[in-house]
Design a protein around this ligand. Structure first.
Ligand code: FAD
Length: 344
């Protein structure tokens, strides 16, 4: 074997099999990225001809283990203990490290959320293994290499890089919410639920969570089913009140393009796109937004897109399911009136 072959030769990883998804929850509610990852994980597991596994960690979360089965998991590891009620790095990472040691999955996926990023980083450092953050495409090479092809934007988001982890197992990645599609929920699916022990007692944990303070006026674009987004065409911050009225009437939330955020008209947490949130709502209004690729990459997976723009050649109309050409200052209040009238 040449020196170069020695460098690239992969160790024998045949003991590691299966794809494991971390099901993230807070207060017993799963983050939708968990179900989206199960949908994508199923494709990888089928290609590798291995079972799809999930892990649910928390307190009083047994129901979520069954939900994970409905969304595609064949086996769900459930670690349910009072010490795990709130996310804390040490107890959660200890549960995961022990599980990885016992179950030996070849791939482990997490949502690229604050929790997922923290947990995946802690585990990768401990094992140690590689971790690709913020992936937007996942694939696998079939047997014998069985390599995870984890792709993400690189070099100021100008190109896609595919990252491999040849020398360590498991292969780990975090993935953005809204990029992958969940399987339809199937209540008739059967799967195995395996209970695992929490390895720590409260006295072994140095940190305590005293309280959660929700940010006033905070927006959760990731989980929103209806988003009413505005761009530079709004001309200023006042026009966002008009969008809020439409969003309120529809039961949705307000999103924005980067141009509107950079102008200081609305906070960054509302930004949709490459450097904002990736969203997958049922209904997305793009109002006074031209449709630059850096915006559409974050919303093109919406089920229905309605664009309102006075320029009939605006690129947003190429991906919109419904397009309204005209002045947003006339059209938006008219739609809001109609929605309110129909809702009584
Ligand atoms: P514009 O392109 O100026 O479009 C305004 C639109 O409003 C026009 O189409 C106009 O016809 C219409 N309009 C004006 N007045 C009216 C009216 N009265 N009635 C109806 N229509 C009207 N952008 C994002 O959105 N999200 C990102 O995450 C993001 N990330 C980026 C990352 C990088 C590395 C780079 C280089 C750029 C990024 N951008 C992002 C910026 C992106 O390239 C565009 O500049 C931005 O999306 C444009 O915002 P806009 O559509 O609101 O503004």
């Amino acid at each position: 074997m040449s020196e170069r072959d020695k460098d690239t030769a992969m160790p024998d990883w045949s003991a590691y099999r299966g794809v494991l998804i971390f099901v993230e929850q807070r207060g017993g509610r799963a983050k939708s990225v968990s179900w989206q990852l199960l949908g994508e994980g199923k494709k990888l597991a089928d290609k590798l001809e291995v079972p799809l596994k999930a892990v649910v960690i928390g307190h009083d979360v047994e129901r979520l283990a069954q939900e994970a089965v409905c969304y595609g998991a064949d086996t769900v590891y459930l670690c349910d203990a009072p010490e795990l009620k709130e996310y804390r790095t040490r107890p959660y990472s200890r549960v995961m490290l022990r599980l990885i040691e016992d179950a030996k999955p070849e791939i482990v996926l997490f949502g690229a959320t604050a929790t997922g990023r923290d947990l995946a980083g802690a585990i990768a450092t401990h094992l140690p293994t590689g971790l690709t953050a913020d992936t937007t495409e996942l694939d696998v090479e079939p047997h014998p290499s069985r390599l995870l092809l984890a792709s993400r934007p690189a070099f100021s988001e100008k190109m896609m890089a595919t990252i491999l982890c040849k020398q360590y197992r498991p292969q780990m990645a975090t993935a953005r919410a809204g990029v992958f599609q969940a399987l339809p929920r199937d209540a008739s699916r059967q799967g195995e639920i395996v209970r695992i022990e929490c390895p720590l007692k409260e006295e072994d944990i140095a940190t305590q969570v005293l309280d959660f303070l929700e940010e006033a006026g905070g927006v959760n674009l990731e989980e929103a089913e209806i988003i009413v987004a505005g761009g530079r065409g709004l001309g200023g911050p006042e026009a966002f009140r008009m969008l809020e009225a439409l969003a309120d009437a529809l039961g949705g939330v307000v999103g924005a393009s980067r141009a509107a955020v950079d102008a200081g008209w609305i906070k960054h947490e509302h930004q949709v796109g490459q450097t904002g949130q990736t969203v997958r709502p049922k209904l997305y209004f793009a109002i006074g937004i031209s449709g630059a690729v850096q915006h559409t990459v974050g919303m093109s997976n919406a089920e229905t897109i309605v664009a309102i723009n006075r320029d009939e050649n605006a690129p947003i109309f190429r991906i919109a399911h419904y397009g309204i050409v005209g002045d947003l200052f006339k059209i938006v209040p008219a739609i809001t009136e109609q929605v309110k009238a129909r809702r009584g």
